[in-house]
Ligand binder design. Structure first.
Ligand code: AMP
Length: 438
């Protein structure tokens, strides 16, 4: 199939050609005709599938086909869970609408209201927003949603995870009843089904290739290591392997900051990106990472979600995610578009149950690599996983009161050994596997 076969207006075909895209991705080929037909859509698609163009292109086409006269009113409203995703979606709208006269705007929290108010006053056709800030504007009557024809919920599952369900309902109450609804979600949980049943009318359903099996090209490794030694091991891995563009996931904002500081002290250019950082700081960190100025970006799942960083060579799970599906999202950042990537997980005794859940989802075991000098100490017991700050709050208890056996824990020096036989290099082929039990 070609883009020219989809019935899009010439201005949009031109902007697609500007981008160098030749063929629609599977999700685009399925979703575009449905959106063009005016029907509601439920799409199961993750970042990286081309989903943004999948809804942006036909929406722009719809606006172009039915131009209205009079003052501009917001005709399309796109809600996203995070600021970064909102900014990226709006950039896509601008890119694909470059040859059309429509105005788009992005609004999100963490930055001043006033520039957004004046931009809204100037007239907007397509508004991309995070729910909280949109409602702030609605409350102050800065925004008129009475002309909305298309409402998009992007990454709806993440919006639910982040507790936005009430905000979404309040936004729905502000837009006209008669409208087209598009719902994009990476997963199709019961909660999403419930939302879909109230939000969509006779929807069409499309699904992109599921990524529940990890991308084939991504090599996955587990380093078993004690919780207190993860930081040192990460520094060594980065240094010894010469890793240059590494996205590192931590479970908490606090953990992200601490780790970025530790890496900086070790002379590795690193920064953290999470919800407590100002928008400017987040944008700067992301730009520096993309340009190669920063070698390591430490992120929480929520901050990283939807970031359009393609073809990363390395993703490190400094801590495993609590939700197994998040592991697949995380490592989906590497090895995109045919380039190989490596996903490395540092796993301590507390996380064996999480690792087991991930392997059950993947339906395979992840290769365990020993890093000489960092073998886990068999005397260390599992502890509950802390979800918050350095305190003792948080809930999830790792399984088992005794250390789970690990194939490489027979000789476990406490300090980084002076007798390493050389670093194990993911992708380099010199790793030693161990067996393990959960
Ligand atoms: P998304 O899943 O929307 O985040 O898109 C992932 C990436 O794919 C973006 O960087 C897009 O620029 C790119 N992309 C979208 N559609 C196509 C296409 N038809 N051909 C090639 N690349 C595309």
């Amino acid at each position: 199939m070609k883009f020219t076969e989809l019935g899009l207006v010439p201005e949009i075909i031109r902007s697609i050609a500007d981008q160098g895209y030749e063929t629609p991705t599977p999700i685009q080929a399925q979703a575009i005709p449905i959106v063009l037909s005016g029907r509601d859509l439920m799409a199961c698609a993750q970042t990286g599938t081309g989903k943004t163009a999948g809804f942006t292109l036909p929406i722009l086409n719809r606006l172009a086909a039915t131009r209205v006269t009079g003052p501009r009113k917001i005709r399309v409203l796109i809600l996203t869970p995070t600021r970064e995703l909102a900014a990226q979606v709006e950039e896509s709208v601008r890119t694909y609408g470059a040859h059309l006269p429509f105005k788009s705007l992005v609004i999100f929290g963490g930055v001043g209201m006033n520039p957004q108010i004046s931009a809204l006053k100037h007239g907007v056709d397509i508004l991309v927003a995070t729910p909280g800030r949109l409602l702030d504007h609605a409350q102050q009557r800065n925004v008129d949603l009475s002309g909305v024809e298309v409402l998009v919920l992007d990454e709806a599952d993440r919006m639910l995870d982040m507790g936005f369900i009430h905000d979404i309902k309040r936004v729905i109450a502000l837009v006209p009843k008669k409208r087209q609804n598009l719902l994009f979600s990476a997963t199709f949980s019961d909660e999403i089904r419930t939302l879909a049943s109230t939000f969509l009318t006779h929807p069409e359903y499309v699904e992109s290739e599921r990524r529940n099996t990890a991308p084939e090209l991504v090599k996955q490794y587990v380093y078993k290591v004690d919780r207190e030694r993860k930081r040192d091991l990460l520094v060594e891995l980065i240094r010894d392997n010469g890793w240059y563009q590494v996205l590192v996931f931590t479970r908490t904002k606090w953990g992200a900051n601490g780790l970025a500081d530790k890496l900086l002290k070790a002379g590795i250019e690193a920064d953290a990106i999470h919800g407590n950082k100002s928008q400017n700081a987040r944008t700067r960190a992301l730009a520096n990472f993309k340009s190669g100025k920063l070698h390591v970006l430490v992120a929480t799942d929520i901050a990283a979600r939807g970031l359009d960083i393609d073809e990363l060579p390395y993703v490190v799970n400094f801590e495993l995610p609590n939700i197994a599906e998040d592991y697949v999202h995380r490592i989906g950042r590497t090895g995109r578009a045919g380039s190989a990537g490596a996903a490395v997980s540092l796993v301590c005794i507390d996380e064996h149950k999480l690792l087991h859940d991930i392997e059950r989802l993947l339906k395979k075991q992840i290769e365990v690599v020993a890093y000489p000098g960092y073998e886990p100490d068999p005397g260390i017991r599992a502890e509950p996983i802390l979800m918050r700050s350095a305190g003792t709050r948080g809930g999830q208890r790792a399984p088992g009161g005794r250390p789970g056996g690990g194939g490489s824990r027979g000789n476990s020096p406490k300090a980084p050994g002076g007798h390493r036989s050389g670093p194990a290099k993911p992708g380099g082929g010199s790793h030693r596997s161990g067996t393990r039990h959960h």
